[in-house]
Design a protein around this ligand. Structure first.
Ligand code: ADE
Length: 225
């Protein structure tokens, strides 16, 4: 029944995972001077780790996976180089999840060549071990079966993309949808419920982009493909 396995992640879970991550780092006896967040997914975990580990230096590097016109480029890449001297510094590189590992590999190579820190260690909340090309030095959960972690900072973006994908498929059979029907089908496809305001915001985006038309049928609002 579920087409994409998802886990709906709460803010409280994120805080708890980052607290656990900070304990693992402390227990290892290694202590970083600087945290580098991989944008955009690593921002919130990196900031929480700064708090739990009392680290005041926080930088970031963005790794992109998309080329022009949403074409997947062969390689993940850093668009804006980070031109800072980190010689003599121990760096903790942070992302939310290590999935393929490509972002982490690219960010790490970039830091090594551009910033020359004395050491880099990697921390993520989740590590998808069967598909990941690297193993983070610190992680909270080893995920043995691939699943989409629906983190709170991508809730609207994910909901919009998920609805698009679902209606692309389901729209072959049915052209008009009420909000309630979309929510029910979403729960069926993804096995999670992101809450009414996210469905509404996502639908407004899709209407604004011209991907759906909003109209009234028998005094009821319907979305038309
Ligand atoms: N980003 C890359 N892989 C992901 C996954 N499995 N869940 C959530 N965000 C991701």
């Amino acid at each position: 029944m579920v087409k994409v396995r998802c886990k709906l992640v709460s803010w409280d879970e994120v805080v708890e995972w980052c607290r656990q991550l900070s304990l693992k780092i402390k227990e290892s006896g290694w202590s970083p001077d600087t945290i580098v967040a991989i944008a955009r997914g690593g921002y919130v975990p990196a900031r929480l780790l700064c708090d739990f580990l009392d680290i005041h230096e926080l930088l970031s590097v963005q790794v992109l996976h998309w080329g022009k016109a949403a074409e997947i480029t062969a390689k993940a890449h850093v668009k804006y180089p980070l031109k800072v001297n980190l010689s003599g510094k121990k760096v903790l590189l942070v992302d939310d999840i290590a999935d393929t590992g490509d972002s982490i590999i690219v960010a790490k190579e970039h830091l090594e060549s551009e910033c020359k820190p004395s050491e880099i260690k990697v921390a993520t909340m989740q590590w998808i071990s069967p598909v990941c090309k690297i193993k983070p030095d610190y992680y909270v959960d080893e995920v043995k079966e691939w699943i989409w972690y629906q983190y709170p900072w991508t809730r609207l973006e994910d909901t919009t993309q998920f609805i698009t994908k679902m209606l692309d498929e389901e729209g072959k059979k049915k052209k008009e949808w009420t909000l309630e029907e979309i929510v029910e089908k979403f729960k069926e496809w993804y096995g999670i419920d992101v809450g009414k305001s996210y469905y509404e915001l996502a639908l407004e985006i899709l209407v604004g982009e011209g991907k759906l038309k909003k109209r009234t049928r028998d005094r009821e609002v319907v979305y038309e493909l």
